[in-house]
Design a binder for this molecule. Structure first.
Ligand SMILES: [Zn+2]
Length: 109
């Protein structure tokens, strides 16, 4: 799986993704790069019914997922029974087409 890079504050341990100039918690500028683990849990989600061109489906689920090491991301959730708190596994796959070109993103199962 392609990995994303998140930033962990060396002073207070706060995890940020994407990067910010200063820690959102303590204002310091000293970070360590970290990558997500494979597994996470669903914090919250939304079902999007009005989707842009290039997405051939209805009712796509977008979720906020927290990985085991604290990184929080937004991604597509593919599950028949979506429930807050459920365990999910991340993968990197096509999420839509733009001008005939595949666009990839985080997808959770
Ligand atoms: Zn900090």
């Amino acid at each position: 799986m392609k990995t994303i890079t998140a930033y962990k504050c060396n002073k207070c341990g706060h995890v940020m993704y994407p990067r910010h100039e200063r820690c959102l918690n303590c204002n310091k500028r000293d970070f360590k790069e970290i990558n997500p683990t494979k597994n996470g849990k669903l914090l919250t989600y939304s079902i999007v019914n009005e989707l842009p061109w290039g997405i051939d489906e209805r009712g796509r689920v977008l979720g906020i997922v927290e990985f085991d090491n604290g990184i929080r991301v937004m991604g597509r959730v593919k599950s028949d029974r979506v429930k807050i708190g459920m365990k999910l596994t991340a993968s990197w796959e096509e999420v839509r087409f733009i001008n005939g070109v595949k666009v990839y993103g985080l997808t959770f199962y």
